[in-house]
Design a protein around this ligand. Structure first.
Ligand SMILES: [Zn+2]
Length: 117
């Protein structure tokens, strides 16, 4: 999945967004993210856009997955401590460390297991 990233420092220097592929394993507990170069950043501290339905969507919030979904709708792994859901202006993204997938839904839909049966 494609992400456009501009870190805090790059924002100050007015640099261009960098394109990067992202995978569930790049997302680390409690809203952190491991960049390709190994640096670990706080998702919310940076200017990030995630591709969804062919458009780039701005990341606006990170929420604890607990209370939003109890288990992964694909592999059934229970939400781990520190697991979280990323919200953009139009959708939500759940990086599952059980099946290593990025699960996406429109924000007006719930992430529920029934949707996948
Ligand atoms: Zn899963």
């Amino acid at each position: 999945m494609l992400m456009l990233m501009k870190t805090k420092d790059e924002l100050e220097k007015d640099e261009k967004y960098r394109r990067t592929d992202m995978y569930a394993e790049n997302f680390l507990p409690h809203g952190k993210y491991k960049k390709d170069n190994g640096d670990i950043i706080e998702l919310m501290d940076n200017d990030l856009h995630i591709e969804f339905n062919g458009k780039m969507r701005q990341l606006i919030a990170v929420y604890d997955a607990k209370g939003i979904l109890d288990a992964c709708p694909i592999c059934d792994a229970p939400s781990e401590d520190g697991s979280f859901v990323v919200m953009t202006d139009t959708h939500m993204l759940y990086p599952c460390w059980g099946c290593d997938k990025l699960i996406e839904r429109e924000r007006n839909e719930d992430i529920r297991k029934e949707d996948y049966v």
